[in-house]
Write a new protein. Structure first.
Length: 558
């Protein structure tokens, strides 16, 4: 297969017959392809272990082109059976990359054995998708793509069991407890454990199954495969301890070590102290409790792995955003202070009267405080006792955040320009899109947005502002826009943060939606609104520290 790189004398003029530019690989991408291909095809020897390992971990910076690199590895190694596990909405991106990169050059060597262009077979809940799942499990050749949630859902079922209530408990609680209790548990079906071996398994956004206690990694571990490639810009997610479970999946404990040995060698462990900070807490067996807070020397662990490849973002690290601090509207301030001091505040409800909003758990209180910092809250009572209350933002609700957003969007350098507007809150995203949509064209992206609708909205957002059908503003929930949204930078260079996500991996991915190769560097601006004197200030500080530590650990000793 031909590979083009900057300055290559044979790069064809113009565009491909399909209208797309000819794929051109950077030199660092070529180096990555070579290393990953060698690991997949030949394996990497580890001293003291007889068989080579056909595994690679790719720590790719956002916008670095990991999909392009991975497709090149597929085309060069020509696996008969290959499974890509990724984000549901990223299927189209992978399918187009496979199509375009095959079109860019003639298949030679191992690839010629297939005799024709290969396409990506999608596994989903449609009739065709379920047929593809059957083909995969039966051992049929092909390149398959499945979302992690879909893969996991086919491997687990909910099991209900009715058990009699403990007589002692019944005696204490009397009529307040039933004679029998229904207990629901999850049971793994091991759907993929006995299927014929894959030649290659590629896990995109692998941090999504890095938690050793999750059902996702238990599913991934049962899939038989000759070679494995894990891709992620933040492969251990929010916790460095997840690096152990992911790398054990790739290379096993014989390379990575036991959990205890790994922690002792690489991790910073901090004692878990009592509330007054005077005593270290212990387990039921009397062992002192501690938690992992990071890597001892950021970047050292990945350098110890048999095959770790880092692909940097070609335009460098994302610039720090401008911070705009604001005071809360008086009504917001009242709700915030009451919720903070007494875990209860009276707010308007959809019943057209004021009702109490109670936070009976610390985590619930934290969520309510974050919501109050964005705008005046309105209660949506549940339909019955089993339906929990929820929070919305009524049209026109007081919000100093939206007032500040208006000021930013009307700066001279922002007027008439496209902007990506981010928040952690779905209800607030809905209200922000509603208000902006009264005057401007706007799209809303949440976790509930249907793929078909998003494809249309994304295409319109990527059009120049001057075009009639163009969308000027994209309001998005941070967790819903972090992946499968490549290309937004084509005509957008402005990012406005209304709030941050508690999960900083989502923020890191969200910050790279626009800061990617192809963005207008002269036009790029990022502004983050922070509500003064609220929990948002602490989250900002925490996330900054987490990002710096994470990026150092992922980049390695460079």
């Amino acid at each position: 297969m031909r590979i083009f790189y900057p300055g290559h004398p044979d790069i064809p003029a113009g565009v491909q017959p399909n209208g797309r530019p000819w794929p051109v690989l950077r030199l660092d991408q070529l180096e990555a392809i070579y290393k990953i291909k060698r690991a997949v095809a030949d394996g990497v020897k580890v001293p003291g272990i007889k068989e080579p390992y056909h595994s690679a971990l790719v720590g790719a910076g956002m916008g670095s082109g990991k999909t392009v690199v991975s497709v090149e590895v597929i085309l060069h190694t020509a696996p008969e059976r290959c499974l890509i596990v990724g984000v549901r909405d990223a299927y189209k991106q992978w399918a187009e990359a496979l199509r375009d990169q095959q079109h860019a050059g003639n298949l030679t060597g191992p690839g010629a054995a297939f005799g024709q262009k290969r396409k990506l077979h999608r596994i989903d809940k449609t009739a065709d998708g379920m047929k593809n799942l059957a083909h995969l499990v039966n051992g049929d050749p092909g390149i398959y793509y499945v979302g992690l949630e879909m893969l996991r859902a086919q491997d687990w079922e909910t099991v209900s069991e009715t058990v009699k209530t403990d007589p002692a408990l019944k005696a204490i609680l009397g009529d307040d407890i039933e004679d029998e209790i229904e207990i629901k548990t999850k049971r793994q079906l091991r759907t993929y454990a006995n299927m014929p071996e894959l030649d290659l398994l590629i896990s995109d956004e692998s941090h999504k199954h890095s938690n050793q206690k999750s059902a996702s990694i238990q599913t991934i571990r049962t899939i038989p495969t000759r070679a494995k490639v894990a891709l992620s810009g933040t492969f251990f997610g929010n916790k460095f301890e997840n690096a152990w479970s992911l790398t054990v999946w790739l290379w096993g404990k014989e390379v990575v070590g036991s959990k205890g040995a790994w922690e002792a060698r690489w991790a910073i462990k901090t004692p878990v102290m009592s509330k007054d900070g005077k005593k270290q807490l212990t387990s039921r067996n009397g062992f002192p409790l501690s938690k992992i807070t990071g890597e001892r020397e950021p970047g050292e662990f990945v350098e110890s792995l048999p095959c770790y490849v880092f692909i940097a973002t070609p335009i460098g690290d994302v610039p720090e955003p401008e911070i705009v601090k604001i005071d809360l509207h008086p009504e917001q301030q009242r709700q915030y202070e009451e919720m903070e001091s007494q875990s209860l505040t009276w707010i308007p409800s959809t019943r057209e009267r004021e009702e109490p909003l109670v936070a009976d758990l610390p985590i619930t209180q934290r969520i309510r405080l974050r919501t109050a910092a964005l705008g005046g809250m309105t209660l949506v009572p549940g339909k019955d006792e089993d339906d929990p209350d929820s929070i919305t933002f009524a049209p026109g609700t007081p919000s100093s955040t939206l007032r500040a957003a208006y000021d930013v969007l009307h700066r001279p350098s922002w007027v008439g320009k496209k902007a990506l507007i981010l928040t952690h809150s779905k209800p607030f995203a809905i209200e922000a899109a509603r208000r902006i949509g009264q005057k401007y064209s706007v799209a809303l992206k949440t976790g509930d947005t249907k793929p078909k609708d998003w494809d249309d909205q994304k295409a319109r957002f990527m059009l120049p502002v001057s075009e009639t059908n163009s969308i000027q503003y994209l309001v998005a929930v941070i967790s819903a826009v972090g992946t499968a949204t490549d290309g937004l930078q084509a005509n957008c260079a402005k990012v406005l943060w209304l709030s941050e996500d508690e999960n900083n991996v989502n923020n890191i991915q969200g910050s790279n939606r626009i800061w990617r190769d192809g963005v207008d560097l002269d036009e790029y601006e990022s502004v983050k609104i922070v509500q003064r004197g609220t929990i948002a200030e602490g989250i900002l500080t925490k996330n900054r520290a987490h990002k710096a530590h994470t990026m150092d650990s992922v980049a390695g000793q460079r």
